[in-house]
Design a protein around this ligand. Structure first.
Ligand SMILES: C[S@@+](CC[C@H](N)C(=O)[O-])C[C@H]1O[C@@H](n2cnc3c(N)ncnc32)[C@H](O)[C@@H]1O
Length: 303
């Protein structure tokens, strides 16, 4: 009788990556290649840690566990569900987060800026209050709380169900004393609160672009992506209102992704500083409070 070759963790990952590639799934919800995506799914199915050692890579896998891994890959391919929703876990700026389809899959390049403690744009030691606009899973707020241990963070979102996910993550990281979750339409519920840094990764997809996105995006909440016909609805509100909520020398950091061109065109007079990221990604601008228009000048500055 011919014995079949033992299947190792590594072999399952490589075979999974080949399947994902052949199926033409879209990468970009937390990983950017087939191998990382396959590893996330296989390791989850095998209940193995995310930071795989060489010894674990060579470990043999039993038939039942192999089956579990293959079934998870099949769901990824057939239903085009982003891997992070299938595993329920993802990482952002070194922070482990529980997520599901109530929130966007965290992937903002702003993670890198937070890990650098916003250097060289502000002296991190003087940051006392941070606002995260559109917190989703709470990823930016929690990463800021960890990077800036003396700061208190307000994290707002219009979606009650997103705030439930964020609440779970804040609790798991034991940050309830420093991260406050607020249900708010943009800045509306904040009254007069002011901050040293406002960070936002708002919805910024225009209606035409939304229709053409890969199937994976249809699993994400529409409220996390859609921003009117041109994709500028939320950015416009943020540019109009942020100054009132910033302290002297305070920073506004906003991700607009590939809506960058439309933002540059729509707000020609704004002196945006477009940030560069070593780990890739872009479409993130920075403005200081002093560069933002005062209330009486909003119309002239923003059109
Ligand atoms: C692109 S997601 C970003 C989520 C998270 N900050 C991240 O980086 O993964 C945008 C978030 O903004 C929230 N949002 C949409 N419109 C909003 C509004 N008018 N006021 C506050 N939050 C809003 C959505 O519910 C969603 O959680």
């Amino acid at each position: 009788m011919r014995r079949s070759r033992p299947v190792t963790v590594g072999a399952l990952i490589e075979a999974g990556a080949r399947r994902l590639k052949r199926a033409g799934v879209f990468f970009g919800h937390g990983t950017d290649n087939a191998r990382d995506e396959a590893a996330a799914l296989v390791l989850h199915a095998l209940r193995l840690p995310h930071d795989l050692s060489a010894a674990l890579y060579r470990r043999r896998v039993g038939a039942t566990a192999q089956q579990r891994a293959r079934e998870l890959l099949t769901r990824r391919i057939r239903e085009r569900i982003p891997a992070a929703y299938l595993t329920g876990v993802t990482w952002f700026a070194g922070v482990r987060l529980h997520i599901d389809a109530r929130v966007l899959v965290p992937r903002s390049p702003i993670a890198e800026l937070i890990e650098r403690r916003f250097a060289p744009w502000i002296d991190a030691a003087r940051v006392r209050r941070v606002l995260d606009v559109g917190t989703g899973s709470g990823c930016i707020a929690i990463a800021c709380a960890r990077a800036l241990p003396r700061a208190r963070i307000d994290a707002l979102d219009i979606s009650q169900s997103a705030l439930q996910v964020a609440r779970g993550n804040v609790r798991r990281h034991r940050l309830g004393h420093r991260v406050r979750l607020i249900k708010s339409d943009h800045f509306r519920a904040l009254q007069g609160a002011t901050y040293d840094i406002i960070v936002a990764n708002p919805p910024y997809v225009g209606s035409a672009e939304l229709r053409g996105l890969p199937a994976e995006y249809r699993h994400e909440p529409r409220v996390a992506l859609a921003a009117g016909r041109t994709g500028l609805d939320c950015v416009r509100v943020i540019l109009r209102e942020a100054r009132r909520h910033l302290r002297t020398g305070g920073l506004l950091v906003v991700e607009v992704g590939n809506t960058e061109t439309a933002v540059r065109r729509a707000f020609r007079r704004m002196p945006f500083l477009w940030l560069h990221f070593e780990r890739g990604g872009g479409g993130v601008f920075l403005l200081t409070r002093e560069q933002l228009p005062a209330r009486r000048k909003v119309r002239g500055a923003l059109g």
